[in-house]
Design a protein around this ligand. Structure first.
Ligand SMILES: [Zn+2]
Length: 354
């Protein structure tokens, strides 16, 4: 029998993980002013057989915690026993923000605006530098897990630069209901890695500081789908594949006045141009304004806190060439990740209900 090619060891700092082994590694970061050390926790799973190297990261924004649970379920998934290549998981990139339940670093900077970072710069720069050089640059692929900001919710979606054919193929393979073509943002990790050749997808789903079962399930499924696509796991004939709808652009709808928002449309709702998305009124309902959609599309993000100021972004509408097709995809997706459905295998875990 022909011997399968053996994986190469993965080295991080002074730790080398050999094929067939798994290890935790702590990456040293600037300590606290309490004389306490701070480390970024990393888990490396080095498969016996050769294959790609991929990282999965969460909580670059410290309050976006859905991804932490996605990584926990992924790491404990039975399918990984036959892993080809190396899987590097980093559940909490912005350790400081995570401790403080905050999107930001203690110096109020947004880590995802400070890539590629530097060894001698600000706290954000140093953290970006450590993550980029130790993790991202050592990997062929990456999936970065995010949620909407606090008091906002996102429908599970992949954001990627679809001009790149390989990234587009991965974005579709993930199987979130919506793929949004998203340009690279200055200072983001995605922009920093695009120059080095690492292919990165950004998964956005759910709300900051909350666990959302549908977003978590769709995230775990999606990562496994991508791992199958790139040959880290064997393809499964059993699995239902969702063919995502591609949104060519999106539009934020803002509050027409300050007041209290009553949203009349759930997430995933299809909207025609001019439809009422909700109402903003004063507490007595005397001064009320309709929120009208300026475009046709699907609600892929919305404010969850009804107290809004004039100009605040309250609905995010994705625009498609074929809106009806997107509607069908969303319905199909929903029927496959429904937490009420006992037939769904949530990777050896009970669903989380809050
Ligand atoms: Zn984020």
């Amino acid at each position: 029998m022909k011997r399968r090619p053996r994986n190469t060891p993965f080295t991080l700092g002074n730790v080398t993980v050999k094929p067939g082994e798994s290890q935790y590694v702590e990456l040293s970061l600037p300590g606290l002013y309490t004389h306490s050390d701070i480390n970024m926790p990393v888990h490396i799973m080095c498969g016996k057989e050769a294959g790609p190297t991929m990282f999965v990261s969460a909580a670059i924004h410290g309050d976006e915690i859905n991804g932490v649970e996605i990584i926990r379920r992924l790491k404990n998934s039975k399918g990984l026993r036959r892993l080809k290549g190396t899987l590097v998981t980093v559940p909490v990139v912005n350790v400081y923000g995570f401790i403080n339940k905050s999107r930001y670093l203690p110096d109020r900077r947004d880590l995802n605006r400070f890539f590629p970072g530097s060894e001698t710069g600000s706290m954000a720069s140093k953290l970006a530098y450590v993550f980029l050089n130790n993790i991202c640059h050592q990997c062929d692929y990456g999936i970065d897990l995010h949620t909407a900001a606090i008091s906002r919710d996102n429908l599970p979606q992949i954001r990627a630069l679809l001009d790149n054919d390989e990234i587009k193929a991965l974005a579709l393979a993930f199987g979130a209901p919506v793929v949004l073509n998203a340009p690279l943002r200055e200072g983001s990790m995605r922009q920093a890695v695009s120059e080095s050749g690492t292919k990165v997808l950004l998964y956005e789903a759910g709300e900051a500081l909350r666990y959302d079962e549908i977003s978590i399930r769709a995230g775990v499924n999606g990562i496994i789908n991508v791992m199958r696509k790139i040959g880290m796991l064997t393809a499964s004939r059993k699995r239902v594949k969702i063919a995502p709808a591609i949104a060519h652009s999106s539009k934020w709808v803002r509050a027409p006045q300050s007041g209290i928002l009553r949203s009349t449309n759930p997430m995933g709702q299809s909207i025609d141009k001019g439809d009422v998305l909700g109402y903003v009124s004063d507490p007595f309902g005397e001064i009320e304004q309709e929120v009208l959609s300026p475009v046709s599309g699907m609600v892929i993000g919305r404010a969850t806190l009804p107290l809004v100021h004039e100009g605040e972004a309250i609905f995010h509408i994705a625009r498609f060439d074929e809106l009806e097709e997107a509607e069908t995809v969303y319905e199909e997706f929903h029927s496959h990740v429904d937490p009420e459905d006992d037939d769904i295998e949530p990777y050896g875990d009970e669903p989380v209900i809050y």
